[in-house]
Structure formats: structure tokens, C-alpha cells
Design a protein around this ligand. Structure first.
Ligand SMILES: Nc1ncnc2c1ncn2[C@@H]1O[C@H](COP(=O)(O)OP(=O)(O)OP(=O)(O)O)[C@@H](O)[C@H]1O
Length: 395
């Protein structure tokens, strides 16, 4: 193996970023970020539009150079040992540049060659990644014929064909439908059993479903770094909320009654099963609100189906960690989270009647299309597929 005076391949960390800066003209896109990732970790890199996620990923994968600070991947400096880094890193860009006219098998063989996989091993590697990413059935198909979910599998396959130690995925599920999202997440989890993965996302559920740890970036600075559980607990304490579900369709009267309950600061309808209505209540006094809900109000309230702790929303997380300040003009679209994912509020489930648990979630929490032309198509598609979401504008 080639060595270099700057290499530190024996490093205990897979990724070490120190005081990294990136300037585009006068604009500081990365303002001295630092973090490190251990081998085998799956880390979610979360941030609103324009936060600096893609910039960071491009630097880590040697697609772009930093203007200050340093980054090491698999022990090698991205600036000084870029060839070594490229050998050890797999990258799925936001829009993977697939060759539409190529057959999947030929494309993977081409990438394997490009990535320096020895000729004798190429067949074996193609077979292995096809199996891992579930591409076996489409190996003979032309890429242009593939669904978006399968194209993304091809993107993942090309990222791991050379057996990298570290895998960098830029919004790997953006633009996919809910089934495709679940499939791609499963693939990521499987790959993550053996590899270090960092992936960027706007989707909070993505992080809860896949990650060990979460790093939040905003305006080019790291604003939070910790385990998901730590973050959930902090947000739940900072912004307590309840989700309540009633029999019968939503009504103005019910909404008005909920809005006036003790402690309630805000009410939003979040869907629910046909024949039922579910609301998220932002409350300053959870105990008082709960008592009032349970006491009911004969003229308005219907049968209470369930009452539970609300999961933190992406909006709440950003508010807590960014003080509500995001990149100017950025818009974060949030939806009410799947309450089943929340781990910190088990003791707060005080009522659950009937046999129908509330389904109050939308899978996608996507940001608005960015100015960047390359991401517009995917993000627009994602927006189309987002349902039951509420949009929050910030300026
Ligand atoms: N080539 C460029 N020239 C000038 N400014 C750029 C360039 N690339 C990115 N930027 C700006 O740098 C900031 C960070 O962009 P980046 O793409 O890293 O953000 P992001 O967190 O990945 O956002 P998104 O979620 O929208 O993809 C944004 O304000 C963006 O407009």
C-alpha cells in the first residue's frame, strides 16, 4: 500500500473534520465546522436548505477543495492524499450521474473498472452489489427504463462497488415514494452493518429509522451533535406536545375547544384514519392540558380514541438548535411525526381506547426546492409526494 507522510490510516476515526471552511466568493458556506465519525457509525447529517451539507460531502469525497481547515477520511487527508481517499470512499451524490443508455450490468462493470477494481474481481463485485442493493432482476435493463427507486439502487451500487470503508450519501431518498424510501433505508442499514456511513437528509424520520447519531448543520456551522435519543429528550422537554385523537371528522368546534384548553398554545390538525380526527397540541403545561382533555366537554368532545406524547418535529429541532434562524430564505417543510417512533414519552400515554392506533404521520419532511438546478427535479418530485405536511416559512 502506498503511504504518505500525511497519512494516518491507523486513525481510530473514519472521518475527522477540523475547522473546515469553504468560501464561494465572499460567501462563507462552511464556517469552521468540526466533527469526527467512528468506524461503523451511521450518522445523519441534517440541515435546512443551504446549510452546507452538500458542500461538506463534496469536500469529504474530494469533489471540491476546502478553503481552510482539514478533513481526513479513512486516515487520509482529502487535500493531500485525495487518491487514497477516493479509493476508500463511496459517494452517492444528490443526483447520481447515471448513463441512461447503458445497461445496468455494463454500467456497474464500467464503474468497477473506473474505481480500480481488479479485472478478476469485477464479476464477483458486480454480483455482490447487485444482491445487496436488490438489482438482480434488472441487471439486463437499460438504465433509462428504471423506476426512480431502482435508479437510486444503481446509485448505491456504484458507490460501494470498490468496497469503500466510508460511504457518503447525499439525500439518498429524496424524490422516492414511501415504499421506495423504506427499501432504500433497508439497503443503507444493511450496508451500515459493515461500513461507516454519513448521509444528509431533510427527513427526520430518516434519521430515526437509520442512524446511531445525528449532526445538525445550519448556516455553515455545526449546531448539534449527539445521539438521537439525547436530542429527542431535549426537544421533548423544550417543546412539550400532545397528540390527541377523537372519533368523528374534524370540526371547527372541536378545534376551538382544543385551542382554549389549559396550557394549549397551538393546535394543528394532523389527519388520522377515516372517521377520526387527530390534532397535535403545543402546550405550555402538559399535565394541565392532559387533565382538561380527559375531563372532556360534553357539548363538543367526541369519544377520545388516544392521547399521547408528540414526537419532536423537524421544526422543533431546528428551533431548539438554531434559535429559529436558518439560512436566509430557507424554508423547512415539516409534518407531524410518526408518534410510534418517539421513544421518550412512553410514560405519557395516558389513554388509548378502541382498537385503532392513531396514524398521524407523513414520511417525508422535505425542504423546498433549492436554487440549485441540479436538485430541483428531485426535490420537486419529493414535494409532490409529501402529504399531510405543514409548511413553515422563515426569513
Ligand atoms: N458553487 C457555488 N457557488 C456559490 N454558492 C454556492 C455554490 N454551491 C453552494 N453554494 C451556496 O452555499 C450554501 C451551502 O450550499 P450546500 O449545497 O452545501 O447546502 P445544502 O445544505 O446541501 O443545501 P440543500 O439541502 O439545499 O442541498 C448555499 O447558500 C448555497 O447557495
Amino acid at each position: 500500500m502506498e503511504t504518505s507522510s500525511t497519512s494516518g490510516a491507523a486513525s481510530a476515526e473514519s472521518i475527522v473534520v477540523e475547522n473546515l471552511h469553504k468560501r464561494y466568493g465572499d460567501f462563507e458556506a462552511l464556517d469552521g465546522i468540526s466533527f469526527s465519525i467512528k468506524p461503523g457509525e451511521i450518522v445523519g447529517f441534517l440541515g435546512p436548505n443551504g446549510a452546507g451539507k452538500t458542500t461538506t460531502m463534496k469536500i469529504l469525497t474530494c469533489f471540491m477543495s476546502a478553503t481552510g481547515g482539514s478533513a481526513r477520511v479513512a486516515g487520509f487527508d482529502v487535500q493531500k492524499d485525495s487518491a487514497e481517499v477516493r479509493r476508500r470512499v463511496g459517494y452517492l451524490p444528490e443526483n447520481v450521474p447515471l448513463y441512461d443508455e447503458m445497461i445496468v450490468f455494463d454500467y456497474l462493470r464500467f464503474v468497477a473498472e473506473l474505481r480500480g477494481v481488479a479485472r478478476a474481481r469485477r464479476q464477483e463485485r458486480i454480483r455482490a452489489v447487485a444482491e445487496l442493493t436488490g438489482l438482480e432482476q434488472v441487471m439486463g435493463r437499460t438504465i433509462s427504463e428504471l423506476s426512480k427507486g431502482y435508479r437510486q439502487r444503481v446509485g448505491l451500487a456504484q458507490a460501494i462497488i470498490h468496497e469503500p470503508d466510508v460511504i457518503v450519501l447525499d439525500e439518498p431518498t429524496t424524490g422516492l415514494d414511501p415504499n421506495q424510501i423504506i427499501e432504500i433505508r433497508d439497503v443503507i442499514k444493511t450496508i451500515g452493518k459493515e461500513k461507516t456511513i454519513i448521509f444528509s437528509t431533510h427527513i427526520l424520520q430518516e434519521v430515526t429509522a437509520v442512524c446511531d447519531r445525528i449532526i445538525i448543520i445550519n448556516r455553515g456551522k455545526i449546531v448539534a451533535d449527539g445521539s438521537l435519543h439525547e436530542l429527542e429528550v431535549r426537544v421533548a422537554k423544550a417543546e412539550p406536545g400532545l397528540v390527541v385523537s377523537y372519533e368523528g371528522e374534524a370540526s371547527d368546534a372541536l378545534n376551538a375547544w382544543l385551542s382554549n384548553l389549559a396550557g394549549v398554545e397551538g393546535v394543528s390538525e394532523v389527519g388520522g384514519r377515516p372517521g377520526s380526527s387527530t390534532y397535535r397540541l403545543k402546550t405550555l403545561d402538559k399535565a394541565a392540558t392532559r387533565r382538561a382533555l380527559l375531563a372532556g366537554e360534553p357539548g363538543v368532545a367526541r369519544e377520545l380514541l388516544s392521547l399521547r406524547e408528540a414526537e419532536p418535529t423537524l421544526e422543533a429541532i431546528f428551533r431548539l438548535y438554531t434559535g429559529g434562524e436558518t439560512e436566509e430564505g430557507a424554508r423547512v417543510e415539516v409534518s407531524v411525526a410518526d408518534t410510534s417512533v418517539m421513544s421518550s414519552g412512553g410514560e405519557d400515554v395516558v389513554a388509548q381506547q378502541g382498537d385503532a392506533p392513531v396514524e398521524a404521520s407523513s414520511e417525508n419532511l422535505n425542504a423546498s426546492p433549492s436554487e440549485g438546478a441540479e436538485s430541483m427535479v428531485d426535490e420537486a418530485a419529493a414535494m409532490d409526494e409529501t402529504s399531510e405536511s405543514e409548511e413553515v416559512s422563515r426569513g
